[in-house]
Design a protein around this ligand. Structure first.
Ligand SMILES: Cc1ncc(COP(=O)(O)O)c(C=O)c1O
Length: 398
């Protein structure tokens, strides 16, 4: 019996595919420093659990398909405070940002259609478009240009009659790039000219550094009906396991259409929604301390990486990832070798090989993505392991 072509065509997650090797390293008694995954160590605000503990009902009933009304209100209120004009009826609660992405792709593309995505990109953009038989067409961005968008003509040259949308994360995972208002206006112009949707994944909206102010795609005028915003509490409130996300758009036909998908999967877990309401009520002040912590960690990783002979990264400006160029031909092999054959003072390091974040074959072969979601000591230890591993790696380039 053969499995579907669609499932066979899916790639493994570069973030998680090395887990078996990490598990074996742990069995050998090594401590594995996880810089491969964006699982923050920041404590989930207590308000989340308190709300769930206080939720005293006899039956955990299905919730509304569009989400709990109080959560829709709380998200709309958070958007207003963030300068983004969404009303509760513009929003649908989803099972994480992941489901919002799947729904956005289903709602905007048919099988055989194409989506333009700046690469390197969050690997699941491929993971979600492939099974929908939608082709992810990369807009290549480069580490030496700090992953800025290329010129308008270059992007337009990739558009065919099958192109339906431009999908991007801003701030960027894995790049840490934060798009300027000009870049967003360029995307808006392209979308208007070629009749495209703009799917903006803004799950890292609060995490921008260097005094930059974040511009949401939803606040660019003239494309309100084309914009779909993907959001999540996973990183925003360090609540990855709660699986609460949302999709928002001013396009009421799109929202009514996505609601059909929401109805088909019935609802999002009731208890987590009860917790999420309180998170969204925290107010924007909550982010100040968290942001300062990530900024501090960003500087440690940026400086640490650039002190390692042969390693190089540009300073990321948002989210909590950085793409690092290494003096190796095959970063995938290097990452496996670190877990299977290397340790330094009882520890080894898990990273995400960056090739999996590119759709263009051959790109990113010498790169890894590091996530700076661990506390300072762990980050410094991880960087030391990286430095020593590069010295010891038999296939290191001269
Ligand atoms: C850019 C981006 N979008 C979406 C997601 C999915 O997040 P969620 O946990 O909300 O499904 C992630 C998770 O790492 C991400 O980095």
């Amino acid at each position: 019996m053969e499995l579907s072509k669609r499932i066979q065509a899916m790639q493994e997650s570069p973030i998680r595919k090395l887990v078996p090797l990490a598990e074996q390293a742990k069995k050998k008694g090594l401590s594995v420093i996880h810089m491969n995954i964006g699982q923050p160590d920041v404590k989930t605000p207590k308000a989340f659990k308190q709300a769930i503990n206080a939720f005293d009902v006899d039956v955990i009933a299905y919730s509304f398909s569009q989400g709990e009304p109080a959560l829709l209100m709380a998200i709309a209120d958070y958007y207003q405070k963030s300068g983004i004009a969404f009303a509760p009826e513009d929003i649908l609660v989803t099972n994480g940002g992941s489901e919002a992405l799947i729904f956005a792709i289903y709602a905007t593309c048919d099988a055989g259609d194409e989506i333009l995505i700046p690469e390197p990109f969050y690997t699941n953009y491929n993971g979600f478009s492939k099974p929908a038989n939608v082709q992810a067409v990369p807009i290549t961005t480069k580490s030496e240009e700090a992953f800025c968008l290329p010129k308008k003509e270059e992007i337009e040259s990739l558009i065919t009659e099958r192109t339906k949308a431009i999908l991007f994360s801003n701030p960027g995972n894995p790049t840490g790039a934060v798009y300027t208002q000009e870049e967003l206006m360029m995307l808006a112009d392209i979308a208007k000219k070629h009749d495209l949707y703009l799917i903006a994944d803004e799950v890292y909206r609060e995490f921008v550094y260097d005094g930059l102010s974040f511009t949401s795609m939803a606040s660019i005028p003239g494309v309100e009906d084309r914009v779909v915003i993907v959001d999540s509490i996973s990183k925003r409130f360090s609540a990855c396991g709660a699986r609460i996300g949302s999709l928002a758009s001013k396009n009421q036909v799109l929202i009514a259409s996505v609601l059909k998908l929401c109805q088909a999967r019935l609802c999002v877990p009731t208890l987590e929604q009860v917790g999420a309401i309180e998170l969204y009520k925290l107010g924007l002040d909550y982010f100040q301390e968290v942001k300062e912590e990530y900024d501090w960690r960003r500087n440690i990783v940026y400086e640490g990486v650039n002190q390692i002979a042969g390693a190089m990264c540009k300073k990321p400006r948002g989210a909590f990832y950085v793409v690092v160029d290494l003096p190796v031909e095959d970063a995938d092999d290097f990452a496996r070798w670190m877990l299977a054959d290397f340790s330094y003072e009882g520890a080894t390091l898990m990273v995400a090989p960056a090739a999996g974040f590119y759709a263009t074959k051959g790109l990113g072969a010498n790169q890894i993505r590091l996530a700076y979601v661990l506390e300072e000591d762990q980050l410094r230890r991880g960087l030391k392991v990286l430095e020593e591993a590069l010295k010891a790696y038999p296939a290191r380039k001269a």
